[in-house]
Design a protein around this ligand. Structure first.
Ligand code: MG
Length: 450
């Protein structure tokens, strides 16, 4: 499913606006986004933020822009992006999350949330941008400026919503280590797991925008302390979040990092076994998802790269009368449609705890049961990405091509994706096969011919 408007967005990328504070990102820009958003969605708008040092300044700017446009603003304080999304869907007309997700501490940004809890789609984002650029915004008079309310306590509703997805105390006695990376999940994921019956140890569990323990991107290298703590406590696994906790990654009981495609596959299989339906994922996702979904009798639907396309495609299929079981991306961002239509790191941690506890196996043996695929990636710099795409079309004209996003090429035993970056002058090449040499050969074949 392709949304042809994506190329026209200028300020917003696939997951909101992001930039370095003092360079591309500043309170003036965020206040403009606030007044444009308040003009587009007059009503009650919730504002939240992650733990970055610039968060309070940008959140104040967002609130100012919204209030001046006449919106009532609900300040939700520091909370995970999926918690804001959940609360917007339950109570408000829209939301704005001040976050730069996994980016380093000098970055910050804004994700805009619609009343149904999903991130704003391309068409509406383009309308929002045009108001930001033209200054076509409402400035309310003294009688109509908005009111500010603090509803930080509502984070409890999000915690309860996740816990209620599982039988009571389903994981009684399971030991888990949580690494929220000094981010907002410090007040959600440990509590969720505790209420499910887990014994929880938390590291990097204090809000801190200087990220003293590790950077907001949960890379295997950054998770050394998590691995060590898992081994020291004899925990069943460790879970870590990115800076706004819409993603979750895992280390096994030996402290070894589990690839995000493997955890996606483990949870996809677990969800699909209980609840048949479509699995929705971007064209860049490993074939392991398709293979495991098929084992459970489920078909896989492919979208453009970006969680927003996955979430919106899931909703569309449901509206069209299909049953949709699961969605996600190969970066640890997973969508559980029975809970909500956005990536949710807290929900992912909870689902993994349930899977490990009820399987009666170790998480490493569950991961070992997932078929092994090798994916290789390469970046090719070019100012003429259109030319490269035409070359791919002629080079692979006898193969099965799909242009949902870039060009996806399928062989009987492998696939590749040649995809221009939306914002920078390069092309990403992905090649995957069960046979590592085959994946490498395809990567080389593409790189040498482009
Ligand atoms: Mg994120």
């Amino acid at each position: 499913m392709k949304d042809n408007n994506s190329a026209k967005k200028e300020l917003f990328g696939t997951n909101g606006v992001r930039g370095i504070i003092g360079k591309e990102m500043n309170p003036e820009l965020v206040m403009k986004i606030g007044s444009a958003l308040g003009t587009m969605i007059p009503g009650k708008i919730a504002v939240g933020r992650d733990t970055r040092t610039s968060g309070e300044a940008l959140s104040a700017a967002m609130r100012a822009g919204l209030l001046a446009s006449g919106c009532d603003v609900i300040d939700l304080g520091i909370l995970p992006t999926p918690a804001l999304q959940y609360l917007v869907r339950e109570h408000y007309d829209g939301g704005a999350m001040i976050t730069a997700s996994h980016n380093p501490p000098e970055y910050n940004g804004v994700k805009v949330i619609e009343s149904d809890g999903t991130e704003m789609g391309d068409e509406r984002t383009i309308q929002l941008e045009s108001r930001i650029f033209s200054g076509d915004v409402t400035i309310a008079d003294w009688k109509s400026v908005g009111r500010l309310t603090d509803e930080n306590h509502r984070i409890e509703e999000y915690i309860k919503a996740i816990v209620s997805q599982f039988p009571e105390k389903i994981c009684r006695g399971l030991t888990v280590v949580v690494d929220p990376g000094s981010g907002p999940a410090a007040v959600t994921t440990p509590e969720i797991l505790r209420r499910m019956g887990c014994q929880v140890h938390t590291i990097n569990g204090r809000f801190d925008g200087s990220f003293p323990g590790r950077m907001p991107e949960p890379t295997p290298e950054g998770l050394a302390l998590l691995s060590e703590t898992v081994r020291a406590t004899g925990a069943a696994f460790g879970v870590a979040h990115d800076g706004d906790a819409d993603r979750a990654v895992f280390v096994d009981e030996k402290g070894v990092f589990i690839s995000e495609n493997v955890t996606f596959a483990m949870l996809a299989e677990s969800v699909c076994r209980k609840n048949r339906g479509l699995v929705v994922t971007p064209v860049s996702t490993s074939d392991v998802i398709k293979e495991l979904a098929a084992r459970c009798g489920c078909d896989t639907i492919y979208t453009q790269v970006g969680s927003i396309y996955v979430a919106r495609t899931m909703r569309k299929y449901i509206e069209d009368g299909h049953s949709v079981a699961f969605g996600g991306e190969g970066n640890g961002g997973l969508i559980f449609p029975k809970h909500q239509f956005c990536r949710d790191g807290g929900m992912t941690a909870a689902a993994m705890a349930e899977l490990v506890f009820t399987s009666d196996k170790t998480i490493s043996s569950l991961a070992d049961e997932i078929p092994s695929y090798t994916m290789v990636k390469e970046k090719v710099y070019s100012n003429n990405t259109d030319e490269i795409l035409s070359k791919v079309r002629s080079l692979c004209s006898d193969l099965q091509l799909d242009e949902t996003d870039g060009i996806h090429i399928r062989w009987s035993d492998a696939w590749a994706l040649v995809r221009p970056s939306g914002t920078e002058p390069f092309i990403r090449i992905y090649a995957e096969s069960k046979n590592p040499k085959r994946a490498e050969d395809i990567r080389e074949f593409l790189v040498s011919n482009l």
